[in-house]
Design a binder for this molecule. Sequence first.
Ligand code: TXA
Ligand code: MG
Length: 321
Amino acid sequence: MTERLSDTPAGVARAVALLVAGELVAFGTETVYGLGADATNIKAVGRVFEAKGRPHFNPLICHYPDAAAAFADVEASDLARALATAFWPGPLTLVLRRRVTCKVALLAGAGLDTLAVRVTAHPTAQALLRAAGRAIAAPSANRSGQVSPTTAAHVLDGLDGRIAAVLDSGACRVGVESTVLDLSEARPFLLRPGGATREAIEAVVGPVGRGLTPAAAEVTRSLRSPGLLVSHYAPNLPVRLNACDVGRDEALLAFGAPLSGAGAIYQLSASRDLAEAASRLFEGLRSLDRENFRGIAAMAIPQAGLGAAINDRLERASAPR
Ligand code: TXA
Ligand code: MG
């Protein structure tokens, strides 16, 4: 049985005790719920991959209560410090080189010499991280390949019985994962669009590269089936993008005035507000994912700002499986 813990000092204390004992505890952040484990305990980290059904070559993000704690584990460049000042606590993850003294299990970083570090803005998560006093590895708290959870109920949909506890701190404010920025090479590279927009990051550090770093491109070329991990965030129903019309037998993910004729509608944002749409995206995909429809038709979303993260998740949800 998975314990459901409340957002109280006692709930946080119980979560910390379980984490320190090597158990898995899901907790809310401002982006999505994370599946937490003591990153310095290789057995606990192994359980994360097992519970999610996650391929072992996909590294996890380590979470810290503040920048000083994060930078004790990785080498912080001037650029990293400037970004930390501007965005932390918040939805930005930085990939940096591990320090030799870093105690995080190599398995958490999938054996890489870099580590992804993040300082979340969620007050309950911060209290938990401070009390734990060690890096907490936390990928999104969903089964691998499925839609990320933005409520404790979503977490239990996928992981009930597979994890020790979930700390229920309500719905996540941002609703899409953090932006992942690689600072381990000469030029910053955007690995995953997310809650911190490229426009805001570039205002601090200048132009960032997008797509794959040269090192990552090499790995992709060497994979027999590079499309393998493109499908992610996938509901059971097929997803059709940029819909201009919709059938009775389809469910509509609407943005602004909805197309008429759909069998069901989930409105991301009637006023076409991208922040509101991001916060409702995963809830919308889950609620429309019902057997009695042929598929989900998604209306077009502008690519600017948070639209980049929303479109990234929708493209993955619609990728061939
Ligand atoms: O908002 C978030 O980032 C959430 C919350 C819980 O913090 N976490 C999250 O973790 O989305 P996860 O594991 O689902 O996604 C981590 C992403 C993956 O795309 C992974 O490949 C990348 O970060 N990543 C982690 N470590 C990396 C590294 N050392 N180098 C390159 N990419 C890395
Ligand atoms: Mg994930």
